[in-house]
Design a protein around this ligand. Structure first.
Ligand code: NAP
Ligand code: MG
Length: 475
């Protein structure tokens, strides 16, 4: 094994400030909610104090968004809106190092991921949607599709900047204005995005960003003057929101949890599959709604594949998120770490075989070593529930029909993977697996041109691509 010298990125690049304020009506203002302290999960140190919105502030933000909608944004030609959105995309690129370091500090994800995935994909979402702003009449929703009005958006902590981009870019392209609530543990990159929005000179009120806890999310989604609600987070909260919105005219999209099957057939190139499995479950510490958390392996190659997998996973380096050599960073919060530990204990208790990488873990911070469970049966909690951590459950199958049956034996339906040399089998599987996204011979690929979203308890509605525009248009 290689010995790696530490290669830390400088945290000065993040331009961390001691205090952050919410962004309403084009200004950074002190919220009247209880301020929150955001923590670096890799060290448990407080990074900054962030002012939060009260219920009255939510109302102010929605009013600002409404004014901006009525007076400027909904009236502006698409070609003009596009210029602003392009500007945001370019400013994200210009400030990409700062955003990447800040994201890794606040969230705990490895710098190589924030630098190479989160930030460039966030910019790509703005570029892509800027392109749509003056072409909506060609999107297939009629000659002159209209925006909906004010969008209330609530996002989780696992991809803080990227989720903000997924939400804001299509809303703006379609002519809506936005009030967005970032997650409590990761508010910083959304507030730097607010700086970028200010720098891009967007008319005041077009985008408002209000940190706060879950109750502020609830106040936002039930505000009577919000026309569209977009939520990414847990299935539990998604259900609450769906109940809240029942009987109203608000349009709703929900992007919720998942328990994706990653299916490996005996003809698959196994070394390549191992890379895809590792990427599928250990990317972003497994804090990924579409993570390939259930590996289904054809029985005849299961032992060989598991052995290769353990060898490969043993080489993953867990530790300082700012180190460019780190593969797996910090678990986002103590709460999430406890949830992972509890589910892993349940797996041991129910009789699955646990293997955990012997990698050293830092003394401070929230970390969990990559773990693979074999001898997993479908009824076990680790096969059914979302762990949202670096923990893989391995099951086996004998025939393609059995693979499909097991893959679909889940209340979720967000994503799936299939590994095989046969093109016809890929299509056969993709037609039968009930998942919004099916990757073949790859995993966790994200592109703004491709619609993303779920079936069943993974939610409904699509984000990205032409299909994703529908959520922000009156069609
Ligand atoms: P969560 O509790 O549902 O939180 C998501 C967001 O909703 C946060 O901003 C949260 O605020 C807010 N919130 C909490 N209660 C609310 C309420 N009653 N009304 C409105 N907003 C409310 O999810 P989490 O446990 O933090 O995040 C992990 C979960 O998100 C996982 O289950 C994962 O599968 C799911 N997820 C899904 C996707 C997807 O694309 N489908 C993507 C990422 C994550 P606080 O931060 O203050 O709690
Ligand atoms: Mg934090």
């Amino acid at each position: 094994m290689w010995e790696y010298a530490p290669a830390p990125e400088s945290r000065d690049i993040a331009n961390l400030k001691p205090n952050y304020r919410m962004f309403v009506d084009g200004q950074f203002v002190e919220g009247t909610g209880e301020p929150l302290k955001t923590v670096n999960p890799a060290t448990e140190e407080v990074l900054a104090e962030v002012s939060t919105a009260s219920k009255e502030d939510v109302d102010k933000a929605v009013k600002a968004a409404r004014r901006a909608y009525d007076r400027t944004w909904s009236k502006m030609p698409g070609s003009e809106r596009a210029k602003y959105i392009y500007r945001i995309a370019r400013l994200i690129q210009e400030r990409s190092r700062e955003l990447a370091v800040l994201e890794s500090l606040d969230n705990g994800k490895p710098i190589k991921e924030s630098r190479d995935v989160d930030v460039p994909t966030a910019a790509a979402h703005f570029f892509y949607h800027a392109g749509w702003a003056d072409k909506l009449s060609y999107a297939g929703y009629g000659p002159d599709p209209k925006p909906l009005g004010v969008a209330g958006q609530v996002i989780p902590w696992n991809f803080p900047l990227l989720m903000a981009a997924w939400k804001i870019a299509p809303a703006l392209a379609c002519g809506n204005t936005v009030v967005l609530k970032p997650a409590e543990t990761t508010p910083l990159s959304a507030l730097v995005l607010a700086e970028i929005i200010q720098q891009a000179d967007l008319p005041p009120g077009v985008v408002n960003i209000i940190p706060g806890a879950g109750d502020i999310g609830a106040t936002l989604v039930e505000h009577p003057d919000v026309n569209k609600v977009a939520f990414t987070g847990s299935t539990e909260v998604g259900k609450i929101i769906q109940r809240q919105l029942a009987g109203t005219s608000k349009k709703l999209t929900l992007e919720l949890g998942g328990k994706a099957a990653n299916v490996v057939f005996d003809d698959a190139p196994l070394d390549q599959a191992v890379e895809g499995i590792v990427n599928g479950i250990f990317f972003n510490q497994g804090h990924v709604c579409c993570a390939g958390s259930r590996l289904l392996v054809q029985e005849s190659v299961a032992d060989e594949l598991l052995e290769k997998l353990r060898v490969r996973v043993s080489t993953l380096r867990v530790g300082d998120p700012l180190d460019k050599n780190t593969d797996v960073g910090a678990i986002n919060s103590r709460e999430q770490l406890t949830k992972i530990q509890e589910l892993v204990e349940s797996g041991e208790g129910e009789g699955a075989s646990r293997w955990t990488s012997a990698c050293p873990l830092p003394d401070k911070g929230f970390f969990f070593a990559p773990t693979v469970f074999s001898n997993v049966s479908q009824a076990m909690r680790i096969a059914r529930e979302e762990i949202f951590g670096p923990v893989l459950s391995v099951l086996t199958f004998r025939t393609p029909d059995e693979a499909v049956a097991k893959a679909n034996n889940t209340p979720y339906g967000l994503s799936a993977g299939v590994w095989t040399e046969k093109g016809s089998r890929i299509l056969w599987m993709a037609q039968r697996m009930r998942a919004g996204v099916v990757w073949s011979n790859t995993f966790n690929r994200f592109d703004p041109t491709a619609p993303f979203g779920g079936y069943q308890e993974s939610g409904f509605g699509r984000e990205g691509g032409r299909t994703g525009l529908e959520a922000y248009l009156d069609v």
